[in-house]
Design a binder for this molecule. Structure first.
Ligand code: ATP
Length: 257
């Protein structure tokens, strides 16, 4: 299912932002802190109504869809995804099935299987009976991703999905979401992870897109210097050949004359 942002504007935070995520592709949003990435995603997962422009899912304006209909096709793992009450992991993931159930439905055997499989896919099957408040940051993040997968969406919206994850789980989660065949729109801070897993990237700066395209074309040392203010060098990954960035460290304060 395609996702289209057409001239999305949120006050002065995001200005006239247009992008298209083709069905089945992984599209990354990158940019400095405060550049409007989360605000853009919030318009897609309906935490925020844009003051201008439109978001369309499969050609249909989000604004004309019921929240239940959009929840059947779109799942999000966000910075404000809350796990506040001490439900078990199994209970939290089971909530993802609610948009697919009618008011009088009970959780079916199939719902249970879908939830168990989602937990297994993020390497969290062993956590099913744990209380969510007892989880580590990385375990919690994987449970939130399992909950999104258990929703069986067609579009996955992820705000820094690798937050809190160790390097092994960062790659595991991104390779998992890239292999689902879903349309994925994700904010990532790590440009090398974005280069490895995204088909297309959009670079935000001051609420506007400053560059778009395949990561190998977008992530140049010039762009990284201009947008992030760091000196970068591009080197091909020795195995995959995917261009990766190496950054110059800044001098320590005491080294600055
Ligand atoms: N509700 C709000 N009221 C006022 N300002 C806001 C609000 N929400 C976001 N902002 C501001 O808008 C700008 C963009 O915020 P946003 O969270 O979208 O950035 P971001 O690119 O996701 O940043 P980060 O990388 O730090 O997560 C920031 O300057 C932020 O302080």
């Amino acid at each position: 299912m395609d996702v289209e942002l057409d001239g999305v504007t949120v006050g002065t935070i995001v200005s006239d932002l247009s992008l298209r995520a083709e069905a089945g592709t992984v599209v990354g949003l990158v940019g400095p802190n405060g550049s409007g990435k989360t605000t853009t995603l919030r318009c897609v997962y309906r935490a925020l109504r844009p003051s201008g422009g439109a978001v369309r899912l499969g050609g249909e304006p989000l604004a004309s869809m019921s929240t239940r209909d959009s929840a059947r096709v779109l799942a999000a793992v966000t910075q404000d995804s809350e796990l506040d009450f001490d439900f078990t992991v199994r209970e939290v993931v089971a909530m993802a099935r609610l948009p697919h159930q009618s008011a009088f439905d009970r959780e079916s055997l199939r719902d249970k299987e879908i939830c168990a499989e989602a937990l297994r896919r993020v390497d969290a099957g062993h956590l099913a009976e744990r209380g969510v408040l007892s989880l580590s940051g990385g375990e919690r993040q994987r449970v939130l991703i399992a909950r999104a997968l258990a929703q069986r969406p067609r579009v996955l919206v992820l705000d820094e999905p690798t937050n809190h994850l160790d390097i092994g789980h960062q790659h595991e989660v991104l390779s998992l979401v890239a292999s689902t065949g879903l349309t994925v729109l994700t904010v990532l801070h790590d440009l090398n992870l974005a280069a490895a897993y995204c088909d297309q990237v959009h670079v935000l700066s001051d609420g506007r897109i400053t560059a778009s395209g395949p990561p190998s074309e977008v992530f140049t040392p010039e762009l990284v210097g201009e947008v992030f203010g760091v000196r970068a060098h591009l080197v091909p990954h020795p195995v995959s050949g995917v261009p990766q960035l190496l950054y110059d460290r800044r001098p320590r304060q005491e080294e600055i004359p």
